[in-house]
Design a protein around this ligand. Structure first.
Ligand SMILES: Nc1ncnc2c1ncn2[C@@H]1O[C@H](COP(=O)(O)OP(=O)(O)OP(=O)(O)O)[C@@H](O)[C@H]1O
Ligand SMILES: [Mg+2]
Length: 381
């Protein structure tokens, strides 16, 4: 029988592919409720836990219910101009529905911003904005761009905009949260969802006492519960034409430390590795050693770029067993530094590089395969 690999990893799952996505029903219900009723949400999770996929699915579901919703990412923005242009583009694609209404109709809606709007030969919309130079005019324009949502809302439909990688705008200009907070207060009928992966930044802008602390519901996305992720792996494998025993699914899950992207990556490689109608433990182990072999140049480059104390801390956090406490004298000695604040600095530097995450179990290496490599393949220096 023809077999198709049923596992997806490496890029967000599209709105229409919810079968490739495990669980998250509670988070979806909260998000959908907010998107369809003018509620605001702050969504926080480490990299590759499934934020964008979750947002895609939630937006897809509410659009089907008639909500004027859209998602925009600020991941690649390099300045406030990019932020303003990306947001306007997202508003025109999503809530303003330029594809249905035509570019001239939306030109009327946003004419006061004096944008350059051009439909490219491939059918995509190009959006350009200009102001006199300086930060303040861009901050004012950011406000005016998001205010367009209120004008769309005046048509009567529910309106929602999801801003993915929101922390990027804050990294570029720390006045952004204040502007967004003001808009949340002024546009109670519009739903804004702000999503981000850099915990320290998102905390600074939405933690207690921060500008966006009380604008709406906070969702901290955990790993998918182990039993649900394993059931999902078993079910998906069957749709691809192979059997996966529960114990093998658990082995995959645990080797990938439950990080959704890496769980699917390992499952996908194990599926390809299998030869008969079953995926076995040996297929998983072989798939893992391939992934680690392929990744080792990258892992070496990561280690080389780190200061010695950071490198030692990464190795400490990669050790198996209970997560070590970072606040102890033992850690000061292991890192060969002089005091706990040097441990703290090393930890902050690793977190800023997205190499470690704080999880409910403690600090861990973000990439479980890098952690396995550090544990099993790198000797002491
Ligand atoms: N609920 C889930 N069930 C199964 N797989 C998932 C789930 N959530 C995420 N994944 C896996 O993780 C991969 C990455 O998802 P996604 O891009 O949505 O994560 P992200 O948190 O937005 O990552 P980033 O921080 O890098 O933007 C997906 O391709 C999929 O393999
Ligand atoms: Mg994402």
């Amino acid at each position: 029988m023809a077999r198709t690999n049923p596992y997806v990893y490496g890029s967000p799952i599209a709105a229409g592919a919810a079968e490739a996505f495990a669980d998250r029903e509670e988070e979806l219900a909260v998000l959908e409720g907010a998107l369809a009723s003018g509620g605001n949400v702050i969504l926080l999770a480490p990299r590759r836990y499934g934020k964008t996929s979750l947002l895609n699915i939630a937006v897809g579901r509410v659009v089907e219910r008639g909500v004027r919703a859209g998602r925009v990412t600020l991941a690649d923005c390099t300045d406030l101009q990019d932020v303003c242009e990306s947001l306007l583009h997202g508003i025109l694609e999503g809530p303003a529905r330029w594809r249905e209404r035509g570019v001239d109709a939306v030109r009327e809606l946003v004419g006061h911003l004096r944008p350059r709007l051009e439909v490219a030969p491939d059918g995509s919309l190009r959006v350009g904005l200009d102001v006199e130079s300086g930060r303040d005019p861009w901050r004012r324009l950011l406000y005016d761009v998001l205010r367009v949502l209120e004008a769309v809302r005046a048509t009567g439909d529910e309106v929602a905009l999801v801003i993915d990688e929101f922390q990027r705008a804050y990294e570029l200009d720390d006045a952004v949260p204040g502007v967004v907070k003001r808009l949340c207060d002024e546009m109670p009928g519009v739903s804004l969802v702000l999503s981000g992966s850099r915990r320290h930044l998102m905390e600074r802008l939405s933690g207690r006492g921060a500008p966006l602390a009380r604008v709406g519901t906070r969702i901290a996305l955990p790993k998918v519960p182990r039993d649900r992720m394993c059931d999902f792996l078993v079910r998906r494998c069957a749709t691809g034409g192979r059997m996966l025993a529960a114990g093998v699914a658990e082995h995959i899950h645990d080797l990938a430390a439950g990080v959704p992207n890496e769980v699917q990556q390992l499952a996908s490689h194990a599926f390809d590795q299998a030869s008969g109608n079953r995926v076995r433990i040996a297929d998983v182990d072989e798939a893992l050693s391939r992934i680690v072999r392929q990744g080792r140049f990258e892992y070496v480059a990561i280690l080389r770029a780190l200061a010695p104390s950071q490198r030692r801390l990464l190795r400490e956090l990669a050790r198996g067993g209970p997560k070590p406490s970072v606040q102890t004298g033992v850690m000061v000695r292991s890192l060969r530094v002089s005091n706990p604040s040097a441990v703290r600095r090393a930890l902050v530097a690793l977190e800023e590089d997205d190499l470690v995450e704080q999880t409910p179990e403690g600090w861990e290496v973000s990439n479980p395969f890098l952690a396995l490599w550090l544990r099993d393949y790198v000797g002491d220096d």
